[in-house]
Design a protein around this ligand. Structure first.
Ligand code: F6P
Length: 194
């Protein structure tokens, strides 16, 4: 059975500044992760000629994939981070202070809450359907370099986690989650590279 490797992009400038959304570059620490990830992937998938690297269309995932050599890279808009609409570029503190009702509604029902002019987790889950179909069709390993909310949804699908848990699943930076379907169910390994 072929493994699927899930990882967030290396730390972004916006992660450092505590801002959500956007399309920022990666930080120095994010760049270090991209190199460690390349090393890991090239070793782990050494004899996997048909493997591929999937990213979102946002700079931070494309930059994180860039040091990986020897595999085709595919960009999916469906792997872009949850669209925070009018809150894009804000910090959680700014949202809490300037849009307290929005902040509270999201806190109350993070799964269904839709950012004004943006998306909800349920929207993200829905747009991931073609990605999931394609992932299940693959016979070779795939490395998915994406974002916190999107990876929570993807991981939950394969790990069979209930919908209501999705927005709260821990999805740390600089960590690879390797999943593999075995006869006894899902096998999971985590590699914290930094
Ligand atoms: O902070 C990084 C980030 O990827 C944001 O771009 C995004 O809005 C957020 O995480 C999603 O996580 P949560 O749903 O917990 O706000």
């Amino acid at each position: 059975p072929r493994p699927i490797l899930l990882t967030r992009h290396g730390e972004s400038r916006d992660n450092v500044r505590g801002r959500i959304g956007g399309d920022s570059m990666i930080s120095d620490s994010g760049e270090l992760y991209s190199k460690k990830l390349a090393n890991f992937v090239e070793k782990r998938l050494k004899n996997e000629k048909a493997a591929s690297i999937w990213t979102s269309t946002l700079q931070r995932t494309v930059l994180t994939a860039s040091p990986i050599a020897g595999f085709p890279k595919i960009q999916w808009r469906a792997l872009d981070e949850i669209n925070a609409g009018v809150c894009d570029g804000m910090s959680y503190e700014e949202i809490k202070k300037n849009m307290p009702e929005e902040y509270q509604s999201r806190k109350k029902d993070k799964l269904r809450y839709r950012y004004p002019r943006g998306e909800s987790y349920l929207d993200v889950i829905q747009r991931l359907e073609p990605v999931i179909i394609e992932l299940e069709r693959q016979r070779a390993p795939v490395v998915v370099i994406s974002h916190q909310a999107v990876l929570r949804a993807l991981y939950a699908y394969f790990a069979d986690r209930p919908l209501k848990e999705i927005p709260h699943i821990e999805m740390p930076l600089h960590t690879i989650i390797e999943i593999q379907m075995g006869v006894t169910g899902l096998q999971e390994k985590r590699y914290k590279l930094m």
